[in-house]
Design a protein around this ligand. Structure first.
Ligand SMILES: [Zn+2]
Length: 155
């Protein structure tokens, strides 16, 4: 999604369909063990949760500046290869959510359960996917998400 096109096109709410991005790296094989008893989060629910998490993220203002909008709304589908699961806490109502599919999740000594532990934690990786990873001021732009940062630290 060539976000450079956004620069001349301010919109109040920018709708993004992450499933249309086809250059991203992901790991569709990496999914929770059956014994964890997680339930899948439906795509529509996931997109709504991710939209809220993205718009309320501490880095939202700099992300919105780059995306040339005030808010974003995720529509369509998830980024290819990713999936969200949830587990209800014992007490009942609160659900912990985990996002599977990070491209390094089963390689380079990462354990098989290397996951994003919340929507909020997933947001920087989503931003990186949207802006096409490439260059900022002619320098490579690394992903700032927790999993990518840990990975870079290990190399
Ligand atoms: Zn990342």
């Amino acid at each position: 999604m060539a976000h450079v096109f956004f620069r001349r096109n301010y919109v109040h709410v920018r709708e993004l369909n992450l499933s249309e991005i086809n250059y991203l790296e992901s790991d569709p094989e990496h999914r929770p063990r059956a014994s964890l008893n997680y339930t899948p989060v439906l795509d529509d629910d996931f997109l709504e949760l991710l939209t809220t998490a993205f718009n309320n993220h501490p880095s939202a203002s700099s992300m919105m500046a780059e995306l040339n909008c005030t808010r974003i709304r995720f529509v369509g589908g998830l980024p290819r290869g990713f999936a969200c699961f949830q587990a209800l806490r014992r007490e009942g109502k609160h659900a912990d959510r985990y996002i599977y599919g990070h491209h390094e999740s089963t390689r380079n000594k990462f354990g098989t359960d290397k996951t994003f532990k919340s929507l909020k934690q997933f947001v920087p990786h989503v931003f990186w996917i949207i802006v096409d990873q490439p260059l900022a001021d002619n320098r490579p732009r690394g992903c700032l998400c927790k999993l990518c940062a840990e990975q870079n630290y290990r190399l």
